[in-house]
Write a protein that binds this ligand. Structure first.
Ligand SMILES: *[C@@H]1O[C@H](CO)[C@@H](O)[C@H](O)[C@H]1NC(C)=O
Ligand SMILES: *[C@@H]1O[C@H](CO)[C@@H](O)[C@H](O)[C@H]1NC(C)=O
Ligand SMILES: *[C@@H]1O[C@H](CO)[C@@H](O)[C@H](O)[C@H]1NC(C)=O
Length: 193
């Protein structure tokens, strides 16, 4: 059974090699990406080819077509100035795009060209959304916080008012007490004079 399995796999391998003679193939596992503003996204592809290949990425949107990056496998990547500090390239042909904005939405076309001129193409659609939900969340939390603070303040003021009334009552009691005593003393002293 092991022998059989080996012959089957070797047969498959020869079949694969024959079906792609010196060609280049490209796999795009995720052709649709949803991102939010300021996120980093990986435009993931994987190419396979014998020999050296050139990988080229382009962005197409309603604002036009922009070249992002172009490189030969194992060589220096020529990143266009617009994307200079936002793009990282990977050996398998993928690129990472950092800090995406609304303008980064659209189609990303990748072309892999093999030495002898055969090509493979891939497309990834990127949607970029604004973070409206989190903004609303923040506002709601802030509002609840302010409401709680004002409720505490109102309670505090009510308590202050109440204790002020009590204090005033007490002081008036004391004052009347003192004046009564003084009056009575005066009365005692008066007849002696
Ligand atoms: C992206 O969002 C759309 C709807 O807006 C949805 O149909 C699609 O499945 C999403 N794709 C991914 C990869 O989450
Ligand atoms: C390509 O390489 C990157 C970095 O190593 C990895 O994250 C990504 O998953 C790879 N893509 C595929 C399709 O294998
Ligand atoms: C990089 O690309 C630009 C245009 O895309 C080209 O003018 C320039 O010569 C390239 N630089 C290198 C080193 O290949």
């Amino acid at each position: 059974p092991l022998n059989n399995w080996c012959s089957i796999t070797s047969g498959l391998i020869t079949l694969l090699c024959l079906s792609a003679p010196g060609g280049v193939s490209l796999v795009v596992p995720q052709p649709n990406i949803n991102a939010t503003v300021a996120q980093n996204i990986l435009l993931s592809v994987e190419y396979s080819c014998r020999g050296v290949a050139t990988v080229e990425w382009k962005h197409v949107s309603s604002w036009g077509t922009t070249s992002i990056v172009e490189w030969r496998s194992g060589n220096y990547a020529n990143i266009s100035t617009v994307y200079k500090d936002r793009v990282t390239t990977f050996e398998n042909g993928s690129i990472q795009l950092r800090n995406v904005g609304m303008r980064d939405a659209g189609y990303y076309f990748v072309t892999v060209t093999e030495e002898h001129g055969t090509n493979a193409y891939g497309t990834i659609i990127v949607n970029v959304y604004e973070i409206i939900y989190e903004d609303l969340h923040f506002v709601a939390v802030l509002f609840a916080f302010l409401a709680a603070v004002s409720a505490i303040l109102i309670c505090f003021m009510w308590l202050c008012n109440k204790s002020l009334h009590l204090f005033q009552k007490k002081t008036t009691h004391k004052l009347t007490g003192i004046s009564l005593k003084m009056q009575s003393r005066c009365r005692i002293f008066k007849p002696e004079i």
